[in-house]
Design a binder for this molecule. Structure first.
Ligand code: ZN
Ligand code: ZN
Length: 275
């Protein structure tokens, strides 16, 4: 086992948290200097989104144990296709294959959350943000957080991904998820280049546009290749973008944290489903 693999096995989760905190502060400053979309009540907006960090924590800790157990079980039984790959001693190749497979899993998961009405009710809380900035990264209903982790757990079980590879993938995901939600846009030429393979802020902003078909595009997590492959890749000019969901009814929700937690369980006058 290399030094990096050992480090990730022992300190992976702490590294993720510290990285998130550092990048969150950095992203906040970039937004202050180079923010593209008007965000006058930034602190107030962040106070609505920040508590999700705490409501999601218990589920994340519990499922953290499930990940450790699953990975140990996989290792004991050599279960998962990664155990049967030729040349799996090459750590870089091993990681690339695991990374691409887990990223495909995130794409499928995201499509499912949009296509099934009862799941969309939870995922809609993330989309209901009418301002997009680094704090939107935190805005995930605790039920969705558990569903997402269970889905990743299944993907880890099937692949036999090692703990260090999962941690490294999560660290990369922390960087890209924060970057995707930042109130900033890459210059067009650079965006076109980076967007060939990766999801950029410009691309994820299209996913947060309030209207279909744009809400149902650019599902990719780290890689944009799945959207290109499955025909869900779209671009939209910054001046056309309006964040939120067209079927979200502000009159039924006060847009406050507790209200957002309860929203998936509300009896809406009009069912919150996309037009
Ligand atoms: Zn979505
Ligand atoms: Zn998002």
């Amino acid at each position: 086992m290399t030094h990096l693999q050992l480090l990730l096995n022992v300190h992976g989760e702490q590294m993720q948290f510290l990285l998130f905190l550092t990048l969150f502060i950095l992203g906040w400053y970039i937004e202050n200097i180079a923010g593209v979309f008007s965000n006058q009540k930034k602190w107030l907006h962040s106070f609505v989104n920040a508590p999700f960090m705490f409501t999601n924590l218990p589920g994340q800790i519990l499922l953290g144990f499930a990940f450790v157990k699953t990975i140990k079980w996989d290792s004991l039984h050599s279960f998962g296709f990664l155990y049967h790959l030729p040349g799996q001693k090459n750590a870089l190749m091993y990681f690339l294959i695991a990374f691409v497979f887990l990223d495909l899993g995130e794409y499928i998961y995201h499509v499912i959350m949009h296509k099934f009405r009862n799941l969309w009710k939870f995922h809609m809380i993330h989309h209901s943000d009418t301002i997009l900035d680094v704090s939107t990264t935190l805005r995930e209903h605790p039920a969705e957080s558990i569903i997402r982790l269970l889905f990743t757990l299944l993907w880890v079980l099937l692949s036999g991904t090692a703990f260090w590879a999962l941690m490294l993938r999560q660290i990369i995901q922390v960087v890209t998820t924060l970057f995707a939600h930042i109130n900033y846009r890459l210059p067009d030429k650079l965006d076109k280049f980076v967007g060939i393979v990766f999801i950029t802020p410009n691309l994820h902003q299209v996913h947060h546009h309030y209207k279909k078909p744009y809400t149902d595009c650019n599902y990719g997590d780290v890689l944009s290749i799945w959207d290109r492959l499955f025909g869900t890749f779209k671009r939209l000019d910054a001046k056309e973008l309006v964040f939120g969901v067209d079927s979200y009814l502000p009159r039924d929700s006060k847009g406050k944290f507790i209200s957002l937690l309860m929203d998936p369980f509300r009896r809406y006058k009009k069912i919150p489903w996309k037009a």
